[in-house]
Each structure stands twice: as structure tokens, then as C-alpha cells.
Design a protein around this ligand. Structure first.
Ligand code: ATP
Length: 144
């Protein structure tokens, strides 16, 4: 198995968001434990991440068995399944993870995640929409 250091991050949910986070972390030189319940995705990521496991992350005991409690940082990329997103954050809180990052699909979802104990809630679509607005207006200024 995998002994985490301060350089290690666990990424749960390897969809488009979690996958991009995991891939970038590896490129930046971090060790990444990826967890997803989808066997095909686990297979697809097997060569790219330090370690990849197929598991249901809502189960605290499962996460404990995988050694997740030894990680300082976790990123949760589960989005559509609100219940799974909240339960996964709750499990990470129960394991005492110090730095929990999680993606939210809506402000309401984000409020629940904050109350559950997530340290950082990110809204990828909203954040990128805002950024594109700045980029578009910046570009417009160039045309005037
Ligand atoms: P993205 O936009 O990043 O592709 P999404 O918002 O569509 O993701 P989902 O498809 O709901 O989000 O979840 C992302 C990943 O999380 C999927 O690969 C899914 O298999 C995984 N996932 C969902 N629930 C769990 C769970 N309980 N345990 C582990 N992985 C899970």
C-alpha cells in the first residue's frame, strides 16, 4: 500500500473535475491516491496516479482501511450524487482530515457541504463562468 507524506493528496471521484485535479497534482510532483467506485475509471487512471482504488467513499470504515486517515489533504470531485458528496465529506471529517476540498454544483449544495465540515467549497462552473466574463470583456477592450 501507500504511505502518505505531506506531499500526498487523496482525490475522491475521478470524473472530469477530480480527474483534472489528480492529473495536475501528479504533474506538480505530488503523490495521489485516487478513489472512485467506477471500475472502468479506476482502470483508466491506474497508470497515471500513484495509487488508484475502486471503493465507495461514503463508507468511513472503507476509507479508514484504505489509509485515508493518514492524509492531510483530500479533494472530493463527486458532484451529481449530492448524498454521496455529503456523506464522503462527513467520512473525511470523521477521519480528522485537516484540509478538505469539495466541488459543489449549487450554492445550496455548497452550504450543506460547509455545514458538514468541508474547509473549502469550490464551484467550478460558476468560477469559470466569472473568469470567462472577465476574459471576454478584457478582449473587448482590445477591440475598442
Ligand atoms: P464531473 O463533472 O467532474 O465529470 P460530475 O459532476 O458529473 O463529475 P459525478 O459523475 O456524480 O460528478 O461523480 C464524479 C465521479 O465520482 C464519478 O466518476 C463517480 O463514479 C464517482 N463517485 C460517485 N459516487 C461515488 C462514491 N460514493 N464513491 C466513490 N466514487 C464515487
Amino acid at each position: 500500500s501507500f504511505t502518505p507524506t505531506s506531499n500526498s493528496v487523496v482525490v475522491i471521484g475521478l470524473g472530469r473535475f477530480g480527474g483534472a485535479v489528480a492529473d495536475s497534482l501528479v504533474r506538480l510532483g505530488h503523490d495521489v491516491l485516487g478513489i472512485d467506485e467506477n471500475a472502468e475509471l479506476v482502470q483508466r487512471w491506474a497508470d497515471q496516479l500513484t495509487h488508484v482504488v475502486q471503493a465507495d467513499a461514503t463508507n468511513t470504515d472503507t476509507l479508514r482501511r484504505l489509509g485515508v486517515a493518514d492524509f492531510e489533504s483530500a479533494v472530493v470531485g463527486i458532484g451529481n450524487d449530492l448524498e454521496a458528496s455529503v456523506l464522503t465529506v462527513l467520512s473525511l471529517v470523521e477521519l480528522g482530515i485537516r484540509d478538505i476540498w469539495v466541488k459543489a454544483l449549487s450554492l445550496r449544495h455548497g452550504r450543506i457541504l460547509e455545514r458538514t465540515g468541508a474547509h473549502h467549497v469550490v464551484y467550478p462552473e460558476m468560477a469559470m463562468g466569472e473568469r470567462v466574463a472577465h476574459l471576454v470583456t478584457g478582449r473587448m477592450i482590445d477591440f475598442i
